[in-house]
Design a protein. Structure first.
Length: 366
Protein backbone atom coordinates (compact mmCIF):
# COMPACT_ATOMS: atom_id res chain seq x y z
CA UNK A 1 0.00 0.00 0.00
CA UNK A 2 1.35 3.40 -0.96
CA UNK A 3 1.09 6.06 1.69
CA UNK A 4 1.08 9.57 0.28
CA UNK A 5 2.32 12.29 2.60
CA UNK A 6 2.47 15.90 1.53
CA UNK A 7 5.06 17.76 3.55
CA UNK A 8 5.66 21.49 3.28
CA UNK A 9 8.72 22.89 5.01
CA UNK A 10 9.88 26.45 5.49
CA UNK A 11 12.08 28.20 8.00
CA UNK A 12 11.52 31.92 7.58
CA UNK A 13 12.00 33.79 10.90
CA UNK A 14 8.92 35.53 12.24
CA UNK A 15 9.38 38.64 14.39
CA UNK A 16 6.76 38.58 17.13
CA UNK A 17 6.34 38.17 20.89
CA UNK A 18 7.06 34.74 22.38
CA UNK A 19 4.32 32.18 22.78
CA UNK A 20 4.54 30.22 26.04
CA UNK A 21 1.56 27.89 25.75
CA UNK A 22 2.54 24.97 23.55
CA UNK A 23 0.08 22.67 21.84
CA UNK A 24 1.01 19.71 19.59
CA UNK A 25 -0.61 21.01 16.40
CA UNK A 26 0.91 24.50 16.38
CA UNK A 27 4.09 25.00 18.36
CA UNK A 28 5.65 28.44 18.76
CA UNK A 29 8.84 29.38 20.58
CA UNK A 30 11.06 32.30 21.44
CA UNK A 31 14.49 33.58 20.77
CA UNK A 32 15.85 35.88 23.43
CA UNK A 33 18.83 38.17 23.24
CA UNK A 34 19.16 41.25 25.41
CA UNK A 35 15.40 41.38 25.85
CA UNK A 36 14.48 41.05 22.17
CA UNK A 37 12.33 38.19 20.94
CA UNK A 38 12.26 36.38 17.62
CA UNK A 39 10.32 33.32 16.48
CA UNK A 40 11.74 30.83 14.02
CA UNK A 41 8.54 29.07 13.03
CA UNK A 42 8.52 26.09 10.72
CA UNK A 43 5.11 24.86 9.64
CA UNK A 44 4.86 21.26 8.40
CA UNK A 45 1.84 19.78 6.66
CA UNK A 46 2.16 16.15 7.71
CA UNK A 47 -0.70 13.69 7.29
CA UNK A 48 -2.49 16.81 6.08
CA UNK A 49 -2.27 18.53 9.46
CA UNK A 50 0.09 20.92 11.19
CA UNK A 51 3.10 19.73 13.15
CA UNK A 52 6.00 21.89 14.16
CA UNK A 53 9.53 22.35 12.97
CA UNK A 54 11.17 25.31 14.66
CA UNK A 55 14.47 26.65 15.85
CA UNK A 56 15.37 29.16 18.54
CA UNK A 57 18.50 30.72 19.98
CA UNK A 58 19.17 32.00 23.46
CA UNK A 59 22.39 33.95 24.13
CA UNK A 60 23.77 35.26 27.43
CA UNK A 61 27.25 36.81 27.50
CA UNK A 62 28.73 37.65 30.87
CA UNK A 63 32.14 38.43 29.45
CA UNK A 64 33.71 37.93 26.08
CA UNK A 65 37.23 37.76 24.74
CA UNK A 66 38.56 37.07 21.31
CA UNK A 67 39.84 33.54 20.81
CA UNK A 68 42.46 33.00 18.12
CA UNK A 69 42.54 29.78 16.15
CA UNK A 70 45.18 27.26 17.16
CA UNK A 71 45.62 25.26 13.96
CA UNK A 72 47.66 25.60 10.80
CA UNK A 73 45.96 26.15 7.50
CA UNK A 74 46.10 23.21 5.08
CA UNK A 75 45.82 23.35 1.32
CA UNK A 76 42.60 22.54 -0.50
CA UNK A 77 43.07 19.52 -2.78
CA UNK A 78 43.24 20.19 -6.49
CA UNK A 79 39.73 19.57 -7.75
CA UNK A 80 38.96 17.86 -11.05
CA UNK A 81 35.79 17.76 -13.12
CA UNK A 82 33.61 14.75 -12.19
CA UNK A 83 33.79 11.82 -14.59
CA UNK A 84 30.37 10.23 -14.12
CA UNK A 85 28.19 12.50 -11.99
CA UNK A 86 27.34 16.17 -12.34
CA UNK A 87 28.89 16.91 -8.94
CA UNK A 88 31.74 15.61 -6.83
CA UNK A 89 32.93 16.44 -3.32
CA UNK A 90 36.68 16.38 -2.80
CA UNK A 91 36.89 14.48 -6.12
CA UNK A 92 34.61 11.78 -4.67
CA UNK A 93 31.48 10.82 -6.61
CA UNK A 94 28.41 8.75 -5.86
CA UNK A 95 29.33 5.21 -6.90
CA UNK A 96 32.98 5.40 -5.85
CA UNK A 97 34.28 2.90 -3.31
CA UNK A 98 35.49 3.30 0.25
CA UNK A 99 38.95 2.11 -0.84
CA UNK A 100 39.13 4.90 -3.42
CA UNK A 101 38.11 7.50 -0.85
CA UNK A 102 40.45 6.33 1.88
CA UNK A 103 43.39 5.95 -0.48
CA UNK A 104 43.26 9.76 -0.67
CA UNK A 105 41.86 10.78 2.71
CA UNK A 106 42.81 7.96 5.05
CA UNK A 107 40.59 6.69 7.84
CA UNK A 108 37.59 8.86 8.81
CA UNK A 109 37.81 11.02 11.90
CA UNK A 110 34.39 9.79 12.99
CA UNK A 111 31.62 7.38 12.00
CA UNK A 112 28.08 8.09 13.18
CA UNK A 113 24.61 6.87 12.26
CA UNK A 114 22.41 9.13 10.16
CA UNK A 115 18.72 9.34 9.29
CA UNK A 116 19.13 6.96 6.33
CA UNK A 117 20.15 4.05 8.55
CA UNK A 118 23.77 4.16 7.38
CA UNK A 119 26.79 5.95 8.79
CA UNK A 120 28.29 9.28 7.90
CA UNK A 121 32.07 8.85 7.74
CA UNK A 122 33.61 12.25 8.42
CA UNK A 123 36.93 13.27 6.87
CA UNK A 124 38.85 16.45 7.69
CA UNK A 125 42.13 17.95 8.93
CA UNK A 126 41.29 20.05 11.97
CA UNK A 127 37.89 20.58 10.32
CA UNK A 128 39.51 21.83 7.13
CA UNK A 129 38.64 20.08 3.85
CA UNK A 130 35.58 18.83 5.71
CA UNK A 131 33.31 16.29 4.07
CA UNK A 132 30.96 13.50 5.08
CA UNK A 133 30.58 10.30 3.07
CA UNK A 134 27.87 7.64 3.45
CA UNK A 135 28.59 4.08 2.28
CA UNK A 136 26.24 1.17 1.69
CA UNK A 137 26.86 -2.40 2.85
CA UNK A 138 29.13 -2.97 -0.15
CA UNK A 139 31.25 0.08 0.78
CA UNK A 140 29.99 2.05 -2.21
CA UNK A 141 29.48 5.80 -1.80
CA UNK A 142 25.75 6.61 -1.55
CA UNK A 143 25.83 10.03 0.13
CA UNK A 144 28.08 13.10 0.21
CA UNK A 145 28.11 16.42 2.05
CA UNK A 146 30.44 19.38 2.36
CA UNK A 147 30.18 22.98 3.49
CA UNK A 148 33.70 23.85 2.35
CA UNK A 149 35.43 24.52 -0.94
CA UNK A 150 35.46 20.90 -2.13
CA UNK A 151 32.63 21.10 -4.65
CA UNK A 152 33.40 20.42 -8.30
CA UNK A 153 30.87 20.27 -11.11
CA UNK A 154 30.45 19.67 -14.80
CA UNK A 155 28.24 22.76 -14.70
CA UNK A 156 30.94 25.07 -13.26
CA UNK A 157 28.99 25.48 -10.02
CA UNK A 158 31.03 26.03 -6.85
CA UNK A 159 30.53 27.11 -3.26
CA UNK A 160 30.04 30.86 -3.18
CA UNK A 161 28.01 30.96 -6.38
CA UNK A 162 24.64 32.67 -6.21
CA UNK A 163 21.29 30.94 -5.96
CA UNK A 164 20.20 32.74 -9.13
CA UNK A 165 23.15 31.38 -11.10
CA UNK A 166 22.44 27.84 -9.84
CA UNK A 167 18.80 28.14 -10.89
CA UNK A 168 19.82 29.56 -14.27
CA UNK A 169 22.17 26.63 -14.92
CA UNK A 170 20.17 23.75 -13.41
CA UNK A 171 16.67 25.07 -14.02
CA UNK A 172 13.71 24.89 -11.70
CA UNK A 173 14.31 22.81 -8.57
CA UNK A 174 12.09 19.94 -7.50
CA UNK A 175 8.83 20.78 -5.79
CA UNK A 176 8.34 17.28 -4.39
CA UNK A 177 10.47 14.29 -3.45
CA UNK A 178 8.80 11.05 -4.52
CA UNK A 179 9.54 8.18 -2.21
CA UNK A 180 8.37 4.60 -2.55
CA UNK A 181 6.38 5.01 0.68
CA UNK A 182 5.42 8.66 0.63
CA UNK A 183 5.86 11.88 -1.28
CA UNK A 184 6.65 15.19 0.34
CA UNK A 185 6.44 18.68 -0.98
CA UNK A 186 9.36 21.05 -0.53
CA UNK A 187 8.78 24.64 0.55
CA UNK A 188 12.19 25.90 1.67
CA UNK A 189 11.59 29.67 1.53
CA UNK A 190 14.78 30.06 -0.46
CA UNK A 191 17.08 28.36 2.07
CA UNK A 192 17.82 25.41 -0.20
CA UNK A 193 16.93 23.85 -3.55
CA UNK A 194 16.63 20.15 -4.37
CA UNK A 195 17.48 18.77 -7.82
CA UNK A 196 16.82 15.20 -9.01
CA UNK A 197 19.63 14.34 -11.39
CA UNK A 198 22.04 11.50 -12.23
CA UNK A 199 20.04 9.13 -10.03
CA UNK A 200 20.60 11.35 -7.00
CA UNK A 201 18.93 14.10 -5.00
CA UNK A 202 21.23 17.13 -4.90
CA UNK A 203 20.43 19.71 -2.21
CA UNK A 204 22.02 23.14 -2.58
CA UNK A 205 22.01 25.12 0.67
CA UNK A 206 22.14 28.93 0.54
CA UNK A 207 23.38 31.50 3.03
CA UNK A 208 20.59 34.07 3.33
CA UNK A 209 22.97 36.49 5.07
CA UNK A 210 25.64 36.28 2.37
CA UNK A 211 23.65 37.26 -0.72
CA UNK A 212 22.10 33.79 -1.12
CA UNK A 213 25.45 32.17 -1.89
CA UNK A 214 25.83 28.40 -2.08
CA UNK A 215 27.14 27.45 1.35
CA UNK A 216 26.84 23.64 1.34
CA UNK A 217 25.79 20.68 -0.78
CA UNK A 218 24.29 17.29 0.04
CA UNK A 219 24.07 14.49 -2.53
CA UNK A 220 21.98 11.40 -1.74
CA UNK A 221 21.57 8.37 -4.00
CA UNK A 222 17.92 8.04 -5.02
CA UNK A 223 17.79 4.41 -3.88
CA UNK A 224 19.00 5.41 -0.42
CA UNK A 225 16.32 8.11 -0.27
CA UNK A 226 13.66 5.66 -1.45
CA UNK A 227 14.64 3.13 1.22
CA UNK A 228 13.23 5.38 3.96
CA UNK A 229 9.89 3.89 4.95
CA UNK A 230 8.89 6.66 7.36
CA UNK A 231 9.14 10.41 7.25
CA UNK A 232 11.08 10.53 10.52
CA UNK A 233 13.59 7.77 11.18
CA UNK A 234 12.68 5.80 14.34
CA UNK A 235 14.70 7.17 17.23
CA UNK A 236 17.46 5.04 18.67
CA UNK A 237 20.47 5.53 20.92
CA UNK A 238 22.78 5.23 17.91
CA UNK A 239 20.85 7.85 15.92
CA UNK A 240 20.63 10.13 18.94
CA UNK A 241 24.40 10.06 19.37
CA UNK A 242 24.95 10.33 15.63
CA UNK A 243 22.90 13.51 15.32
CA UNK A 244 24.73 15.00 18.29
CA UNK A 245 28.21 14.41 16.90
CA UNK A 246 27.21 15.42 13.37
CA UNK A 247 25.88 18.75 14.62
CA UNK A 248 29.09 19.25 16.59
CA UNK A 249 31.28 18.55 13.57
CA UNK A 250 29.17 20.79 11.32
CA UNK A 251 29.49 23.62 13.82
CA UNK A 252 33.28 23.36 13.91
CA UNK A 253 33.54 23.07 10.13
CA UNK A 254 31.55 26.30 9.87
CA UNK A 255 33.72 28.06 12.46
CA UNK A 256 36.92 27.05 10.68
CA UNK A 257 35.57 28.57 7.46
CA UNK A 258 35.36 31.86 9.37
CA UNK A 259 38.90 31.48 10.79
CA UNK A 260 37.55 30.89 14.31
CA UNK A 261 38.76 28.50 16.98
CA UNK A 262 37.67 24.87 17.10
CA UNK A 263 35.26 24.14 19.94
CA UNK A 264 36.02 21.28 22.31
CA UNK A 265 33.41 18.61 23.00
CA UNK A 266 32.16 18.78 26.59
CA UNK A 267 30.60 15.54 27.82
CA UNK A 268 29.12 17.09 30.97
CA UNK A 269 27.45 19.81 28.93
CA UNK A 270 26.15 17.16 26.53
CA UNK A 271 24.35 15.50 29.43
CA UNK A 272 22.74 18.79 30.44
CA UNK A 273 21.72 19.48 26.85
CA UNK A 274 20.33 16.00 26.33
CA UNK A 275 18.26 16.18 29.51
CA UNK A 276 16.65 19.37 28.19
CA UNK A 277 15.91 17.76 24.81
CA UNK A 278 14.35 14.80 26.61
CA UNK A 279 12.32 17.12 28.82
CA UNK A 280 10.94 18.99 25.80
CA UNK A 281 10.21 15.79 23.87
CA UNK A 282 8.43 14.05 26.75
CA UNK A 283 6.53 17.04 28.10
CA UNK A 284 5.60 18.56 24.72
CA UNK A 285 7.07 22.04 24.98
CA UNK A 286 9.77 23.92 23.08
CA UNK A 287 11.51 26.64 25.03
CA UNK A 288 14.82 27.63 26.57
CA UNK A 289 13.01 27.88 29.92
CA UNK A 290 11.82 24.53 31.24
CA UNK A 291 8.56 23.87 33.07
CA UNK A 292 10.30 24.49 36.41
CA UNK A 293 11.29 27.97 35.25
CA UNK A 294 14.99 27.16 34.82
CA UNK A 295 16.97 28.93 32.11
CA UNK A 296 19.81 27.16 30.25
CA UNK A 297 22.25 28.83 32.62
CA UNK A 298 20.28 27.68 35.68
CA UNK A 299 20.38 24.11 34.37
CA UNK A 300 24.11 24.20 33.71
CA UNK A 301 24.84 25.64 37.14
CA UNK A 302 22.60 23.02 38.76
CA UNK A 303 24.71 20.34 37.05
CA UNK A 304 27.91 21.85 38.45
CA UNK A 305 29.05 23.41 35.17
CA UNK A 306 30.84 26.73 35.53
CA UNK A 307 31.33 29.22 32.71
CA UNK A 308 32.26 32.80 31.93
CA UNK A 309 29.84 33.08 29.02
CA UNK A 310 27.28 30.68 27.59
CA UNK A 311 24.68 30.36 24.86
CA UNK A 312 22.01 27.93 23.75
CA UNK A 313 20.52 27.04 20.37
CA UNK A 314 17.41 24.89 20.01
CA UNK A 315 15.98 23.20 16.94
CA UNK A 316 13.03 20.86 16.59
CA UNK A 317 11.69 18.63 13.86
CA UNK A 318 14.42 18.84 11.21
CA UNK A 319 15.12 15.47 9.60
CA UNK A 320 18.86 15.67 10.15
CA UNK A 321 21.62 17.65 11.81
CA UNK A 322 22.54 19.01 8.38
CA UNK A 323 19.15 20.65 7.90
CA UNK A 324 19.08 21.78 11.53
CA UNK A 325 22.52 23.38 11.26
CA UNK A 326 21.84 25.11 7.96
CA UNK A 327 18.56 26.49 9.32
CA UNK A 328 20.26 27.80 12.45
CA UNK A 329 22.88 29.57 10.34
CA UNK A 330 20.15 31.40 8.44
CA UNK A 331 18.83 32.95 11.68
CA UNK A 332 21.05 35.77 12.90
CA UNK A 333 20.60 35.02 16.59
CA UNK A 334 21.55 31.36 16.24
CA UNK A 335 24.36 32.30 13.88
CA UNK A 336 25.79 34.59 16.56
CA UNK A 337 26.12 31.66 18.95
CA UNK A 338 27.67 29.38 16.34
CA UNK A 339 30.26 32.00 15.34
CA UNK A 340 30.85 33.67 18.69
CA UNK A 341 34.58 34.26 19.16
CA UNK A 342 34.73 33.71 22.92
CA UNK A 343 33.17 30.25 23.07
CA UNK A 344 35.56 27.36 23.65
CA UNK A 345 33.36 24.32 24.45
CA UNK A 346 30.17 22.81 23.09
CA UNK A 347 27.85 20.06 24.26
CA UNK A 348 24.91 18.86 22.16
CA UNK A 349 21.98 16.72 23.27
CA UNK A 350 19.28 15.14 21.09
CA UNK A 351 16.16 13.17 21.89
CA UNK A 352 12.95 12.19 20.10
CA UNK A 353 9.27 12.59 20.85
CA UNK A 354 6.69 9.85 20.35
CA UNK A 355 6.48 10.77 16.65
CA UNK A 356 10.27 10.35 16.29
CA UNK A 357 10.76 14.06 15.68
CA UNK A 358 14.21 15.10 16.97
CA UNK A 359 14.81 17.88 19.50
CA UNK A 360 18.29 19.43 19.32
CA UNK A 361 19.89 21.41 22.17
CA UNK A 362 23.27 23.11 21.71
CA UNK A 363 24.98 24.57 24.78
CA UNK A 364 28.02 26.77 24.11
CA UNK A 365 30.49 27.74 26.85
CA UNK A 366 33.54 29.79 27.57
Amino acid sequence: MLLIILLAIWTKPLWEDPVRNIIPDAVSDTFSSAGDFINDAVDNDFYFRQVSDQAASFFNSITGSETNREYERVETPELTTPEEQSFSVGNVEIGDTRDQVEETYGEPERKSENEYGVEWSTYHENYQNFMMVAYDEQDVVRGLFTNQDLLSSKHDIALGDSKSSVNEILGEPEEMIRNGWFNYKIESEGEYDVYHMDGTYVTMFYDLHELDEVTAIQIIDEDLEAAKSTLYTPGSEALKEGLEYQLFDLTNATRVKQDLSILEWDEDVRETARKHSTDMAVNQFFSHTNLEGQSPFDRMKADGISFLSAGENLAYGQFSSIFAHQGLLNSLGHRENILHESFSHLGIGVDFNESDQPFYTENFLQ
